[in-house]
Write a protein that binds this ligand. Structure first.
Ligand code: ADP
Ligand code: MG
Length: 383
């Protein structure tokens, strides 16, 4: 395991306050998605502010790639480039009169040339799906768009670790899904991601590792199923079980599913129920590289009768929009397509190039877990 970010015995007390963090030790492995989960006041935000040096531990230390943080100006600047922090409240993060100037702030501070700054800003805005927003004033954007600008501002610095306080708070469900998909896309291209949340559904479905916190302490860190299946822990952290686990436990108690491995998602739960019926033929997943698809291909594939169409990744969604392809799934796409495959129906996933491997990995994981085989093919490759 290669640690990206570590807290070692970290303590912190706000001026005139009780300890907000007492002896917190966590390790965030490189390339993973980690969720800090806990009720209000647990210390999540304090720990995230610590992760890019905005707060400094009263005792203990923070480390990046094994190196203890240093708090002189030069090291802090370097730290804030490598660990990008997106605040819970976007209005506190966005300050420039235009989206362009806001996103350009970090790269300008790094002393990049005008050309390099322009490239960094354009790339970051494209990555969050905000091409064309350059001259808009941030304060007139929607909540989801503001979050996206704040993320772009951090991405423009090309951070190794992205730290995001309550990414979905104050967003409607659709915008929340868009933001979480964006985080998946960044993670698929190598960024380590740490979020805080008190949304157990989100943490359970999204994270590779969960750090359960309460009262400024870490109660447990581990795989999501391991953390959430421990009743005592969940109660101690004043949280509740994710709904899929609760439903699975009730079905298992009635003998309707095998108790076995706990489901991670609706897909797993449905499979557990399905596997008590005789198997029928499964549908296929047609995985289309949005970087190579021509308009004619899209017409042919996506308008075929009865086919389900989803898009993954910012570039793929932009392509769908520009080609007028109607998307049935714009979030949770892999699971939804696998659910259709279990019903014997085909789907097309229009996918950004960087996400292709992620889709194949997720399907392989599902196959390994269930012993089923689901055909994933590239209809353009087949010719
Ligand atoms: P969470 O993000 O999990 O809700 P916080 O890190 O915001 O928790 O808060 C941890 C503790 O620190 C709480 O007891 C909170 O009241 C206290 N706290 C947070 N911010 C401040 C502050 N600026 N000044 C004093 N106390 C604070
Ligand atoms: Mg908080």
């Amino acid at each position: 395991m290669i640690p990206a970010l570590e807290a070692a015995g970290v303590r912190y007390a706000y001026p005139n306050g009780r300890d907000a963090l007492s002896d917190v030790s966590i390790t965030v492995e490189r390339g993973t998605k980690v969720a800090l989960v806990g009720p209000n006041g647990a210390g999540k935000s304090t720990l995230l502010l610590m992760a890019n040096g905005l707060l400094r531990p009263t005792a203990g230390e923070m480390r990046l790639h094994g190196e203890p943080f240093r708090y002189d100006r030069r090291h802090l600047r370097e730290l804030r480039r490598r660990v990008g922090l997106v605040l819970q409240n976007s209005d506190a993060q966005l300050f420039a009169p235009t989206v362009y100037q806001d996103v350009a702030f970090g790269p300008l501070n790094l002393g990049l040339s005008e050309d390099e700054v322009r490239r960094a800003v354009t790339g970051a805005l494209a990555a969050v799906g905000l091409r064309g927003f350059e001259s808009r004033p941030p304060h007139l954007l929607s909540g989801g768009e503001k979050k996206a600008v704040a993320i772009a501002g951090v991405l423009a610095m090309r951070p190794e670790v992205l730290v995001f306080d309550e990414p979905t708070s104050a967003l409607d469900p659709a915008s929340a899904l868009v933001v979480m998909e964006l985080l998946d896309e960044l993670n698929a291209s190598g960024t380590t991601i740490v979020i805080s949340t008190h949304d157990v559904e989100l943490a359970y479905a999204w994270a590779d590792r969960v750090v359960l916190m309460d009262g400024g302490r870490v109660l447990h860190q581990g795989r999501p199923d391991e953390v959430f299946l421990d009743d005592g822990l969940v109660r101690a952290a004043k949280l509740r079980l994710p709904v899929v686990l609760e439903v699975h436990a009730e079905l298992a108690a009635r003998g309707l599913v095998r108790s076995g491995e706990p489901p991670r998602s609706v897909l797993h739960l449905v499979h557990a129920l399905d596997s008590t019926r005789p198997a029928e033929g499964h549908g296929a997943v047609l995985l289309v590289d949005a970087g190579r698809a021509l308009p004619g291909d899209l017409d042919r594939l996506c308008r075929a009768p009865g086919v389900h169409v989803g898009a993954m990744g910012t570039a793929a969604k932009a392509l769908a929009e520009s080609e007028g392809v109607r998307l049935e799934f714009a979030a949770g796409v892999i699971d939804r397509c696998l659910l259709k495959a279990l019903l014997g129906e085909d789907s097309v996933i229009l996918c950004s190039t960087a996400m292709l491997g992620h889709v194949r990995d997720r399907v392989a994981e599902f196959e390994a877990r269930t012993g089923l085989s689901v055909e994933v093919r590239d209809p353009l490759q087949a010719g």
